[in-house]
Design a protein around this ligand. Structure first.
Ligand code: HEC
Length: 136
């Protein structure tokens, strides 16, 4: 009995590793894209830059506006916003060359980095919010 359980355990290892790997590859892509496209302003650990670029780490704006973040990345934002009690009014330009899938991965990376523990965003939801704001 014990041996059988052991065999079952070892047989399921490759499957577990495989499943786990799929998830972390998306996370890894989100991380790489973040470093390429976002960290120049929001910095490597999402801490932002004094009064100029708002933080993404523990950002109350990010937590409260999850449904808007995909469009914010694609189209940019230029209104005054409050993040963790501070005002920001520099404009952020939209980043047009990221696909819907890449935007999903970046959001999920941000949502689960630097102490953030926000919901897991689904590709289909990102896709439909991007469709809704595509003419702006
Ligand atoms: C050239 C600098 C710059 C780059 C590059 C940039 N941002 Fe921003 N970002 C800003 C600024 C400035 C604001 C504030 C805009 C405002 O006040 O209207 C902002 C606001 C935000 C916000 C909302 C406020 C907050 O802190 O929660 C999020 C989320 C965000 N950016 C994510 C990203 C992501 C993701 C990327 C990369 C795909 C990115 N930004 C790239 C400058 C930048």
């Amino acid at each position: 009995m014990r041996n059988r359980l052991l065999i079952l355990f070892f047989m399921s290892l490759p499957l577990l590793t495989f499943l786990n790997c799929g998830e972390s590859q998306e996370f890894k892509q989100g991380q790489d894209l973040y470093l390429n496209y976002c960290s120049s302003c929001h910095l490597e650990r999402g801490q932002g830059l004094r009064g100029l670029y708002p933080p993404l780490a523990k950002s109350d704006y990010l937590a409260a506006n999850q449904d808007k973040i995909a469009c914010l990345i694609r189209n940019g934002i230029s209104e005054e916003i409050m993040v963790n009690g501070k005002k920001y009014d520099l404009a952020m330009a939209g980043i047009k060359d990221l696909s819907d899938f890449e935007i999903t991965n970046i959001i999920n990376f941000i949502n689960h980095s630097w102490g953030n523990n926000l919901e897991y965003i689904k590709f289909v939801d990102v896709k439909s919010s991007l469709e809704a704001c595509s003419n702006k």
